[in-house]
Design a protein around this ligand. Structure first.
Ligand SMILES: C[S@@+](CC[C@H](N)C(=O)[O-])C[C@H]1O[C@@H](n2cnc3c(N)ncnc32)[C@H](O)[C@@H]1O
Length: 341
């Protein structure tokens, strides 16, 4: 079965799906007196973290989300309150709205935001435990969890996979390693788009098992295979023209991303290319809303966050890659690519 491009894009579904993070980010900021802190001293994320003893990585998610909602504005690299925030979100304002936030405070996401922001700067996994990301970090995932998480990823990634295969530049890529490929949807879309391409989905064993079902159903099992590799503990297979990672860096801390970039650089052929498929935070950290809300999902569910192009490019260049480029591909996603020369 050839998977055709969908007739319309899925941004409205993303908007509804991610809307649950907006209110709790606001009520968490209210509980933390974050608006008062920035009112007293506009600051970038790191400086605010330093001033308040808060977690800078958590702020790099929460501040763009508040900015994208119109409560903060970025000027000369510093987050300032907008007029709306000054008028309605300071506790001593006559127009203070916060007494009405009880419904938002009751959300478990509110508590997770507060905990993440208050966690120590070197703490990473701020979530409640028992998350897929905890299983990923240990390299151990049950078949049930693998099946459920893979179906989840497939839903949000299949349309974007077709878009990335259509719009990305895959010239000269004959063999591609899809690291943490989940259901294999990117390899499936690439194999269908490029009849000469062979792809390997590199995953944990129970996810490979689940992926094989999607690959067979798509009719590309002759050119897409799976390979069981724990990306943190085992050597990566070599000889590929390209390494593709979709929604992988957003799961991990910057140090772990640096390890992943180094592993990719080491495994690729001498003229190889790396691709990172991600939603990207704007360079000034002011949004956009979908990427900032997706980052919030990562903050509560993984060790990572969505990053700016500069952050992703820096990670790749530090690993030795050159000629880093970015292109918008589908919906809210972009494809960052770079060469090993
Ligand atoms: C956020 S999902 C992305 C899936 C797919 N690339 C996509 O964009 O839909 C992260 C993937 O990384 C895989 N992964 C996590 N830890 C891993 C590990 N230690 N070794 C190999 N794969 C891992 C997970 O099984 C999961 O499928």
């Amino acid at each position: 079965m050839n998977v055709h491009a969908p007739l319309c894009d899925d941004r409205r579904v993303w908007d509804a799906w991610l809307s649950v993070y907006q209110g709790p980010a606001l009520s968490a900021a209210d509980e933390l007196y974050l608006f008062e802190a920035l009112h007293a001293q506009p600051a970038p994320a790191e400086e605010l973290a330093e001033m308040m003893g808060w977690n800078p990585a958590a702020l790099k998610t929460v501040l763009p989300l508040l900015a994208a909602q119109g409560f903060l504005a970025v000027r000369l690299g510093r987050y300032h309150l907008t007029d709306v925030a000054t008028t309605y979100l300071l506790h001593d304002s006559p127009f203070y709205w916060g007494h009405a936030f009880s419904i938002l405070r009751a959300s478990p996401t509110h508590a997770m935001f507060v905990k993440a922001v208050k966690s120590k700067p070197d703490e990473t996994g701020q979530g409640p435990g028992g998350r897929p990301a905890d299983a990923w970090a240990s390299g151990q995932i049950s078949p049930e969890m693998a099946k459920g998480v893979t179906a989840f990823m497939h839903s949000h990634s299949m349309p974007a996979a077709i878009g990335a295969a259509d719009k990305g530049d895959f010239d000269g890529v004959e063999r591609l390693l899809d690291v943490g490929g989940g259901s294999g949807c990117f390899s499936i879309a690439l194999a269908q788009r490029y009849p000469g391409m062979r792809c390997t989905v590199m995953e944990l064993a129970p996810v490979c098992e689940a992926a094989r079902g999607y690959i067979s159903a798509a009719g590309v099992a002759d050119r897409v295979d799976t390979r069981t590799v724990d990306m943190f503990r085992e050597p990566w297979p070599e000889g590929y023209h390209a390494i593709f990672m979709s929604n992988i860096f957003h799961d991990w801390t910057t140090d772990t991303c640096a390890r992943l970039a180094a592993s990719a650089f080491g495994a690729l052929r001498a003229d190889g290319r790396i691709y990172l498929h991600e939603m990207i935070i704007s360079d000034d950290g002011s949004g956009p809303l979908p990427a900032a809300a997706f980052s919030a999902m990562m903050l509560v569910g993984t060790e990572g966050r969505q990053r700016t192009f500069a952050e992703l490019a820096g990670l790749l260049e530090d690993a030795g890659f050159t000629d880093v480029a970015v292109a918008e591909t589908y919906g809210y996603f972009s494809l960052v690519s770079a060469f090993k020369r």
